[in-house]
Design a protein around this ligand. Sequence first.
Ligand code: ZN
Ligand code: ZN
Length: 494
Amino acid sequence: MPELIEWPCDVPECHQLVVRSGAICDYCYEVRCSDHDTSQQHPCHLISDQESRRPKKRDIRLRYLSGLIEQLRLHSPTILEQASELNSNKKCTLTIPENADQLLDSGLLAGFNVHFMIEFEDGIKWLLRVRQDQGHPLPLQIRKANIESEVATLNTLKAGGIPVPAAFLHVPPEHEVERVQQEIPFDYFFYEFLPGETWHIPKHPFFSVTLSDEKLVKLVEGYAQVQIKLSQLQLSVSQIGCLKYTDSGELSVGPIIARGCFQTPKPPYLLGPFNIMKDRYLAHIDAALQYIARGAICEWDSVDAYLWHLELRELVSNSKVLGRTLSRVYIKHDDEKGDHLMWNEKEEVVGVLDWEWAHVTSKEEAFSSPYIFYDMIDYIRGDNQLTKEEIMLIDCYDRYNRPDLAECVKNGRLYQRLSSIGHYDKAYSKKGFREPFEPIPISDFHPPAQDVDWRVYSIKRYQNHKGLVETMKKFGVTLEKAEEDARDWHARND
Ligand SMILES: [Zn+2]
Ligand SMILES: [Zn+2]
């Protein structure tokens, strides 16, 4: 589960709460607090080799999916009744796989969702889209906001002529909400079935996507066409957050619903909406700092991660660009891996899928290029030059007479670098994160190039920050130790 919230330890009688990425074990779907996470108490630690990990992971997934299929069978009359009610009372049938193996092989299983086919008497097909929860349902307010936001996003896109499936959510009458929610133990909505194929687009962390040159040209072109349509979508809202409908059916902006650390581990869980980009990024950085301080994220490099986020915080606070008022916002897909596009036999884009976690944001962020087009070895080394793929994308926009979108690609690094909030990785050179903020209007900001010196510099720079003092204490880091490490490093390397 990508949400960073407090989960109770699954050992009976233990009342400890666990917050960390991967809190739910991939091999047994159980949560273990640190006391109960020893090899004796949690045998999954004994599975050491890749060979035995894979079948173990598959087994637990199969067991979970079998349970889901059983629940689906049990509740199919209610689900069919709801689908029928949402589609002019037409009769329909639901195809439920015989077992989990069949479901795994069906192609209807995605990373976080699973789909089941619904067919109406007139041949129209819908999919039942069910969230997977590894047997640990999220708190109701997150689940509800998440589903409602994806439905609102899809229907807004559909109305604006973007090729996405129309979505349908069954809302029970007020007095029945609780009963229906208790009755059906999974979250779902319905959407139209779109024919078409997705491309498998492998990407090595250091290199470009693995596609032939010809196919890459098509991918960039198809992507550009979708982005142009998205840029033409006139929204009646202007805040930054996730779309939702008000009770009276009007489109509005609700809080950010995201994976990772853009939330709080306790209620109310969700942050936002925001009026300017600066507030949104500061809220995200502050949330990240709290998770780092708890040891919930970046646990290998807690103090460096804390310092790096403090530096980002200072850069964001002093940025003029991020302080601008937005006159218009645009929808940004949250998972642009390339396989979110669906193609027909003529290799034209006929659908765009997977809008969970999509949000509305500034034009500059919405049209910066997707990570499959820039996150490669040079970017990791701190180079912010445009990549081959980005130049192709700019050429596309120029051909379609959209210099404004080309400009967003050229200036996209600020937003791409900020998408690393919560994901500190020392392999990524720090200078690459500072450059997009230039000129930096902070007269005494001169961070040294080497990480060992930067650590000393930053500890001194932020020495009065209460959270930093506590985090250093918790993880056993002192200024003296950092200075000693720097001296040793220079003695070895100078
Ligand atoms: Zn386990
Ligand atoms: Zn425990």
